[in-house]
Design a protein around this ligand. Structure first.
Ligand code: GLC
Ligand code: CA
Length: 543
């Protein structure tokens, strides 16, 4: 495992952390996912924006993360939270302009933070100039950059949209076109070389502006079976984990050439990286996307999808270590993102869910590799209840309300316990998604002052992770004993144990070591043992 190279961190704002410069920074980087629309609104229109994010960079530096990944900032049709892009080399006016993005990158670098953008190569918006041209003229060059089929009674095959319903819709002139997501997200045809060439230009456009890489949306997509054959199995409505039943739509072998091509472009720019969203059931297949000449990382979603269960968690950790280890890639650990219910709610809600989320954070931050923190998880935000009429997620609308959708994890951040939580300036328009009335209690302002808060726990954990290379860049050995999961993190100088009690009773952990950090104040040490309450975790360093 590569040893982590850290620079000294100090505790406050703008003049602190010098930028880490090491070619392998991404192997152990803590990446903070910014849901741009919900992070901070600078101009009072109720929508988070780049200037707002820029004003909050000192917070991210203070928290102790290494990089931020920003959800799509491009002009968009607004059909899928920005994942329907109209222009890949511009900024949506809601968020600012290209100069704002450059200023963000500059300020971030000054604070030692890198900026990673989201890029969406599987599909464009239906409002993209290419698709508009293709609608107007079936014979134009742009038409072959999508998947069109001639008019017929039935769609060309049985493929289904991940958001519900068939994956084919009709154009006004009766042709079919393919969209594996919403109808407003037509799939690109990557067998047309013009598509690849255009994405090369997009990558360079942003890399030339100093960004440190890209999170690649639906990286297991792009190519589809050339014969458009039916998928063999029925489709199960989940966003993650496709297998052989979807063999014709995902994970076609040609896609790996795209990642080699993108890797070669990134390699021209020092210290840049690619992380892929690869939602395949077989983790060994996911890891193939992170071979040394492909993407630097592909997300491991196992913990994100695991219920609170010791075997599930142990397997989630071990299978990822094995799969990514076999290709020499670090594991990118994920416990929350903009597509999944918030951890606190997933783990049972209330005090129990919060205790579990605190413990899970210590587990994730101990593991070797690159953890991804989703904005608001450091505040312990629960899944917000969004009234149906305020919902925007196409998953909710396309399923006729049967599936709840993802709005509840995309609600704006509470910054201040006063002033209507401080997401927008005084007198602003309503936030784009309603913020629950009691969310002042999660505000950064109060949590930053509270030694027992979730925010303080994250900040301490990140500082310790930076100070103890065994955490985050050691070698990990995973064991279980009853409901207790232990990870032995072995660095050059020390071993730190992360012990997680997932059961319902207190357990005694034999140790004469020192507790570096505990997820609860209810941990008790006495001669030779540590009493660990249910739903808690500790980091112990042996003396
Ligand atoms: C990815 C994104 C998700 C989006 C989908 C389609 O899964 O994370 O938010 O809806 O791709 O672009
Ligand atoms: Ca705004």
């Amino acid at each position: 495992m590569a040893r982590r190279l850290t620079s000294a961190r100090t505790s406050t704002g703008l003049h602190s952390a010098p930028e880490r410069s090491t070619a392998d920074w991404w192997r152990t980087a803590v990446v903070y996912q910014v849901y741009l629309r919900s992070f901070a609104d600078s101009n009072g229109d109720g929508i988070g924006d780049l200037a707002g994010l820029r004003s909050r960079l000192p917070y991210l530096s203070w928290l102790g993360v290494d990089a931020l990944w920003i959800n799509p900032h491009y002009p968009s049709g607004g059909a899928d939270g920005g994942y329907d892009i109209v222009d890949y080399r511009a900024v949506d006016p809601d968020y600012g302009d290209v100069a704002d993005l450059e200023a963000l990158v500059t300020d971030a670098r000054r604070l030692g933070l890198r900026v990673i953008l989201d890029v969406v190569p599987n599909h464009t918006s239906d409002r993209h100039a290419w698709f508009q041209a293709a609608l107007a003229d079936p014979e134009c060059a742009e038409a072959s950059r999508y998947h069109f089929a001639p008019p017929s009674e039935e769609p060309p095959n049985n493929w289904r949209s991940l958001f519900g319903g068939p994956a084919w819709s009709r154009t006004p002139d009766g042709r079919w076109y393919l969209h594996l997501f919403a109808p407003e997200q037509p799939d690109l045809n990557w067998r047309d070389p013009a598509v690849a060439a255009d994405f090369d230009a997009t990558l360079r456009f942003w890399l030339d502006r100093g960004v440190s890489g890209f999170r690649v949306d639906v990286a297991y997509g792009l190519f589809k079976d050339a014969g458009l054959r039916d998928n063999p199995g029925s489709y199960s409505p989940t966003l993650f984990g496709h297998g052989p039943e979807q063999a014709m739509t995902w994970n076609q072998p040609e896609v790996h050439d795209v990642w080699r091509r993108w890797r070669a472009i990134c390699d021209e720019y020092p210290d840049t990286m690619l992380v892929g969203e690869v939602c395949l059931a077989d983790l060994a297949e996911v890891a193939l996307y992170s071979r040394p000449d492909e993407m630097h990382q592909s997300f491991s979603f196992r913990l994100l999808k695991s219920r609170w269960d010791v075997e599930a968690f142990a397997d989630g950790v071990q299978s990822a270590l094995d799969a990514f280890g076999s290709v020499g890639a670090p594991v990118s650990w994920v416990l929350g993102n903009h597509d999944k219910d918030r951890q606190v709610s997933r783990f049972g809600g209330g005090a129990v869910g919060t205790a579990r989320a605190r413990a899970a954070a210590l587990l994730m931050l101990s593991l070797p590799g690159s953890p991804y923190l989703y904005a608001g998880d450091e505040l312990g935000l629960p899944q917000a209840v969004v009234p149906d009429e305020a919902k925007l997620d196409p998953i909710f609308w396309r399923s006729g309300g049967e599936r709840t959708g993802r709005d509840g994890c995309r609600v704006p951040m509470p910054w201040n316990a006063e002033d209507g939580v401080g997401f927008s300036p005084d007198g602003a328009a309503d936030p784009w998604l309603p913020i629950p009335a009691d969310w002042e209690r999660y505000a950064v302002s109060d949590q930053a002052r509270d030694g027992g808060s979730m925010l303080t726990l994250y900040r301490r954990a990140l500082a310790l992770r930076a100070a103890h290379p065994a955490l985050g860049s050691g070698d990990a050995t995973v064991t279980t004993d009853g409901d207790v999961l232990t990870v032995h993190c072995t660095g050059d100088d020390e071993t730190v144990r992360c012990v997680l009690n997932m059961g319902s009773g207190t357990v005694l952990v034999r140790s004469s070591g020192t507790v570096l950090l505990a997820s609860t104040t209810r941990v008790r040490s006495s001669a030779g043992s540590i009493a660990l309450p249910p739903n808690s975790a500790v980091w112990i360093t042996e003396d």
